[in-house]
Design a protein around this ligand. Structure first.
Ligand SMILES: NC(=O)c1ccc[n+]([C@@H]2O[C@H](COP(=O)([O-])OP(=O)(O)OC[C@H]3O[C@@H](n4cnc5c(N)ncnc54)[C@H](O)[C@@H]3O)[C@@H](O)[C@H]2O)c1
Length: 434
């Protein structure tokens, strides 16, 4: 019998679970390590502990566990014997927008204390540039007593997945592999070439850190630009989506869509990781874009209060339906959801009802799963996410349930003309009121 190579995946979340599952599927003997015992128990039961729809992942995870190729534990001792250790812990920012690396530091220390000589440590978590050589490497050296490069190898292969498409992204996207030296690169490439059909691009550790955070900062800046254009269009009575369509008829333009806010684990914090790593260069554009995007839920609330005024509904008597609580359409990922910020802005209305097909509650508020129940008797409906079931709604369906006809469209779901024709007071991001 051929002995399977043992690998460890530390951190079993949106990034670690699909990676561990795929590694098991590709023939490795995988041990998953997480500090969350509930998560570990779920994985050992073959149950996917992530919210939202993840095509093929539940089946593949169940299969990997049943065949004995994937096991989870809370004990770092089991990292011993692993030829490669993949680090997928969360890397948030603190209240001052600086990296909060406690989980990464703790994971690196415990990996160092338990790993075998010669192991390759690959960090998939997103990092402020400078973290691999400035934080991860010295901690592992200190905890293991091994010398970087001689006693263990090091690579940074930042993850690019999006919830809702985890397996698809993992198996098709190109990957950037920042490596300490030739052997680190060769070993990382040998493993990732079994996972993805995409190209593998080799570089150094710091460049890989900058690439990942720049990818997300670039997207954030582009969205902020679209949002700024939407403010201009709203003031001038134009439609930002038509402006975008026409801008993009010019070669080499790729204007993004404006929207009700930017959420998720990555986009709201990765630009700050880049700003921190690059603080000596005093970045200004990236922090400004962050502020514009963070302000969008407040702008949505302003549009809602405008609409209520036009409907002659006073704030203390307004019944507000909020549709969509996750940060992304057709996903149950609620991290940094713009809806959370919106709910704070809506304080002072009589009643807020929230609908989302994928979530049970948000900020302690129960979520309703039937659209009709949320709309029943509402004065205004605020669409924060373009979940597929909202795309089927018509002005007539909304009208049937609502007490008054107010709509705020944060995701360009409806036609302004059709809404107006049906008698709605309609406000939309990027839609002028003329
Ligand atoms: N979620 C995404 O779509 C996505 C995409 C690309 C990159 N990333 C990056 O990947 C990393 C992980 O993100 P995620 O979404 O999987 O996070 P997550 O919160 O879903 O999962 C992280 C897991 O790590 C565990 N953990 C925390 N500290 C630990 C420790 N010391 N030891 C062992 N386990 C520990 C947590 O219990 C949790 O289960 C982050 O750096 C993130 O920025 C995430």
């Amino acid at each position: 019998m051929v002995r399977r190579e043992k690998v460890a995946v530390v951190g079993l979340g949106y990034v670690g679970i699909p990676l561990a599952t795929l590694l098991a599927d590709r023939g490795y003997d995988v041990i998953g390590v997480d500090v969350d015992s509930k998560r570990v128990a779920d994985v050992n039961d073959g149950t996917l502990p992530l919210k939202g729809v993840e095509p093929d992942l539940p089946e593949m995870l169940g299969d990997a566990v049943r065949r004995g190729r994937l096991r989870a534990t809370t004990s770092f001792e089991e990292v011993g014997g692993a030829r490669s250790v993949f680090v997928c812990v969360d890397t948030p920012i603190d209240a001052d927008m600086r990296p909060s690396n406690a989980r990464l530091v703790s994971a690196a220390r415990q990996i160092g204390e338990n790993m075998s000589r010669g192991a390759l440590v690959v960090v998939e978590s997103t990092l402020a540039p400078g973290t691999m050589l400035g934080t991860v490497a010295p901690i592992i050296e200190d905890a293991s007593g091994l010398r970087l490069g001689k006693g263990f190898k090091l690579a940074h292969c930042p993850e690019r997945v999006m919830p809702g498409r985890l397996l698809h992204n993992l198996t098709t996207y190109d990957r950037v592999i920042g490596a300490l030296d030739d052997e680190s690169a060769e070993r990382a490439i040998a493993t990732y070439s079994k996972i993805t059909k995409g190209e593998l691009h080799r570089t150094d550790l710091t460049t890989a850190e900058i690439v990942k955070t720049a990818e997300n900062a670039y997207r954030d800046v582009q969205i902020a630009f679209a949002n700024e254009i939407s403010f201009i269009c709203e003031k001038l009575g134009a439609d930002a989506f038509e402006v975008r369509r026409l801008v993009n008829t010019c070669p080499f333009r790729d204007m993004h869509v404006p929207g009700a806010g930017v959420g998720g684990h990555c986009l709201p914090k990765d630009p700050w990781l880049l700003v921190f790593g690059g603080r000596k260069a005093r970045p200004v554009l990236i922090p400004t874009a962050r502020m514009i995007n963070d302000g969008m839920p407040f702008h949505v609330a302003k549009l809602a209060f405008d609409a209520l005024r036009e409907l002659k509904v006073r704030r203390p008597s307004a019944v507000v339906a909020v549709l969509g609580a996750s940060f992304l359409e057709n996903s149950g990922d609620v991290r940094n959801s713009p809806t959370k910020a919106l709910l704070q802005c809506l304080e002072g209305v009589k009643e807020i009802r929230i609908h989302d097909p994928y979530l049970e509650d948000i900020e302690g508020v129960k979520i309703e799963h039937r659209v009709a129940e949320v709309l029943k008797g509402a004065d205004i409906a605020i669409f924060m996410v373009a979940h597929k079931e909202y795309l089927k709604l018509t002005p007539a369906t909304l009208k049937k349930h609502m007490r008054r006809q107010g709509v705020v469209d944060g995701r360009n779901i409806f036609s302004k003309a059709k809404m107006r024709k049906a008698g709605f007071v309609y406000r939309g991001i990027g839609k002028g009121v003329s």
